[in-house]
Design a protein. Structure first.
Length: 764
């Protein structure tokens, strides 16, 4: 009987447990008729233990061969080999002791007390029940487990880590063993990603880093899935893990690309492999979250300083930043002016080719003109050609200008995200000036497609404000509209002309005042956005790159956009600082700041924080302000076109009245009336829009929520102990003070001279 019990405990089926379960009776001719109730209770305990052993063994075997998670397979295999193996060894030990007639088991007359055997195996009941609970957690998909998906590595590792915190020393030891095995299996996938930049060949669906083949850039091809991140991996460690593997993957991509074959050498990576491998091997199991985070941060830092610095040299990043500052953020004034001028010429040519008389209400509306890609290229070519002829010969700007020619291009906003929020009035078709990086360019490690899109929207935003100001300022070049200079003719004719000029001047005085007021608002907006926000934010960022203290407030910054003639007065480019800086400094803190600014990974993270802060400080996340500003810019185009239409009409009337030149196909008197009525109506709408625009700016200053939106992305950035704090744009109160003179205007002006509201601009 004892032999049968021990065989059954080893996992073999036995009929004695069925006989014990049926109990004694007239139809039972088995073991139950010869045992007492206490013995029956002890046999039932052993029967339960035998059943637990069989259940755990079968479930663990099934998981080890078919479960999709490699970590779960490793945990279940350890259960079979280690814990169930220990249980079987215990059975063999007990059986060997009985056969050897050990006094601990065999008493007088060769009797083996059943209670002694039960006492030895009773602790295993709790252990096997706990193993069964672990297997049930792996197999179950119910609300009791807190998940509705198959068990993944993060789930089982988190579960075992919690189970190790128990008061039973044997359960704690078993959980620690399983946790160590699971973490070792998980770290094998981590090592594949960290050392080679590849996802594991098996179980990659279980790894916290997931691949997105349709990503717009190699930098965004991989991402962290929060549902697959175990608790042992904190946020910083997860980012370091993603960054290191992504960099290695980018290196491999560069090495296989034609453009990156010269910089994608694998020697630096192979030289660092032993060092990184030693760091991973230094970890002890079960893992400590702090030690793991430090190891991952060290490997990431080593990659940034030794490999990425070769793939992405510091001077290339500085050149790209110079291109962004001078051309995308309109630091080069002549470039913006020439681009606007050639875009206007292209639109004027298209309008002349479609020589049709436009109604007065549609003057200035060119939405029906579609600009082709070839025309966009022509605009950029003419801009670069004329810019090269007017700018001075400056060696510092040569490489930047050449790089800008290769990277910058006008693109339509078709299919671009946030196209509705973007303000683009440069051409009839919504168009932006965007950076066009080749897919194989190593600069994609520094700037992502989302950053490029944000810069494109900022450029269109600033360029539209600059364009509207230029068009309004050009009205003062229309001298015949502002003053008359009659020729020396008869006194009676001179008097008539003076009366006519005085009448016209009185009629348009309000329009010139409105144009002047609008020009003032746009000029102050442009000065604040460019001279205050962009210039200070960018100077703050560049000072951090140069390893200097970022005390922007103490430095003098121009509040007006720069030009090529003022380039010599601007602060030097970071490349000058780097070349002139001494390799040794008396200030260790400055050396650390300078070193971190040369780290491509830290530089990219700081740049992203700076861009987020810049986007918020420019009010690009304030939809109410953007809507009113877009309406004002459209009104400016219409208003300027009406002034031009009025000039041509008055010229026709002067020829008709003074020289007798009559155009049979034109009715200049009626045209003058229609244009002036439309100008009156547009002026009323424009003045109301100006008031709304100023109110929106004031709301930004007063509303705490609006101020909090301005600070979005300006929090302190920490990366491996290296910090960057973006410039905080809190000087909007100065803009409000300058625009406060417009608040005395009446909210409602009566009369639209018989015309309904300008639905197009009101709806927008």
């Amino acid at each position: 009987m004892l032999h049968e019990i021990l065989l059954s405990l080893s996992g073999l089926p036995s009929p004695i447990w069925d006989q014990i379960q049926r109990g004694p009776g007239p139809e039972s001719h088995g073991l139950a008729d010869y045992v007492s109730p206490p013995e029956t209770a002890m046999l039932q305990t052993l029967a339960h233990l035998s059943e637990l052993h069989s259940t755990v063994r079968d479930a663990a075997g099934g998981i080890s061969t078919s479960h999709p998670s490699m970590v779960c397979r490793a945990v279940s295999a350890t259960m079979t080999e280690t814990h169930l193996g220990a249980f079987r060894k215990e059975i063999v030990r007990v059986e060997s002791s009985i056969l050897q007639k050990d006094a601990g088991y065999v008493g007088g007359y060769g009797i083996v007390p059943l209670s002694t055997i039960v006492a030895d195996f009773t602790p295993w009941t709790r252990r096997l029940e706990w193993l069964r609970s672990v297997l049930n957690y792996i197999l179950a998909e119910s609300p009791t487990t807190g998940r509705s998906h198959p068990c993944v590595a993060a789930d089982i590792l988190n579960f075992l880590e919690k189970e190790a915190q128990t008061g039973y020393s044997d359960i704690e030891e078993m959980a620690t063993v399983l946790l160590s095995v699971g973490q070792r299996a998980w770290m094998r996938t981590v090592a594949t990603w960290l050392l080679y930049g590849r996802l594991p060949p098996f179980g990659k669906e279980d790894f916290c880093v997931q691949q997105h083949p349709e990503a717009p850039s190699p930098l965004e091809e991989y991402s962290i899935d929060p549902a697959l991140v175990p608790d042992i991996l904190n946020g910083d460690a997860a980012e370091a893990l993603l960054a290191t593997g992504s960099a290695l993957n980018q290196l491999r991509f560069q090495r296989h690309s034609s453009l990156g074959s010269c910089v994608g050498s694998s020697e630096p990576v192979e030289a660092l492999l032993p060092r990184h491998l030693n760091l991973l091997e230094s970890l002890s199991y079960p893992l400590n979250a702090s030690l793991l985070s430090n190891v991952l941060a060290s490997i990431n830092q080593s990659m940034s300083e030794n490999v990425l610095s070769q793939l992405l040299p510091h001077h290339r990043v500085i050149q790209l930043l110079d291109v962004i500052q001078d051309y995308v953020l309109l630091g080069h004034g002549e470039f913006a002016v020439l681009l606007i001028a050639h875009a206007d010429d292209r639109v004027a040519d298209r309008q002349r080719s479609h020589a049709t008389a436009r109604p007065v209400r549609k003057v200035g509306r060119i939405d029906d003109l579609a600009i082709k890609d070839t025309e966009l290229k022509g605009i950029m070519s003419k801009t670069w050609a004329e810019l090269a002829s007017v700018q001075r010969d400056e060696e510092m700007e040569t490489e930047v200008a050449m790089l800008a020619k290769r990277l910058l291009a006008l693109q339509r906003l078709i299919g671009m995200k946030d196209a509705q929020a973007a303000i683009s009035t440069l051409l009839p078709t919504p168009t932006v000036l965007s950076l066009t990086l080749p897919p194989s360019s190593s600069l994609s490690l520094f700037i992502s497609s989302a950053d490029i899109q944000t810069y494109a929207i900022i450029n269109a935003y600033l360029l539209s404000i600059r364009r509207a100001g230029i068009h309004l300022a050009s009205l003062w070049q229309l001298s015949p509209l502002r003053r008359g200079q009659p020729a020396p003719v008869a006194p009676s004719i001179i008097a008539a002309r003076r009366t006519r000029d005085w009448r016209r001047m009185q009629r348009t005085r309000g329009h010139w005042a409105c144009a002047s007021k609008t020009l003032f608002v746009l000029s102050e907006l442009g000065a604040y956005f460019h001279g205050e926000v962009v210039e200070r934010s960018w100077q703050h960022f560049r000072r951090w790159i140069n390893g200097k203290e970022t005390e922007v407030g103490s430095s003098a910054v121009s509040s007006r956009p720069g030009t090529a003639s003022s380039a010599a007065e601007r602060p030097p480019h970071p490349s000058q600082y780097v070349a002139a800086s001494s390799p040794l400094s008396l200030d260790p803190a400055a050396d650390r700041v300078h070193q971190r600014s040369r780290d491509p990974r830290a530089l990219a993270a700081a740049h992203r924080a700076c861009l987020q802060a810049l986007n918020a400080a420019l009010l690009l996340d304030n939809q109410g302000f953007l809507k009113v500003l877009k309406t004002l810019l459209n009104l400016v185009d219409h208003y300027v076109a009406l002034f031009s239409r009025l000039q041509s009409t008055w010229q026709g009337l002067d020829l008709q009245d003074d020289d007798g030149v009559v155009d049979a196909f034109s009715n200049y008197a009626q045209d003058e009336k229609d244009v002036l009525v439309e100008m009156d109506r547009t002026r009323d709408v424009m003045e109301k829009v100006l008031v709304s625009l100023v109110d929106e700016v004031k709301e930004v200053e007063k509303d705490p929520d609006a101020r909090s939106r301005m600070v979005t992305g300006m929090t302190q950035l920490e990366l491996s102990g290296k910090t960057f704090v973006a410039w905080k744009g809190r000087t909007i109160d100065r803009l409000v003070m300058k625009l406060d003179s417009l608040t005395g205007m009446q909210e409602d002006k009566s009369g639209y001279h018989g015309y309904d509201r300008y639905d197009r601009y009101d709806d927008e």
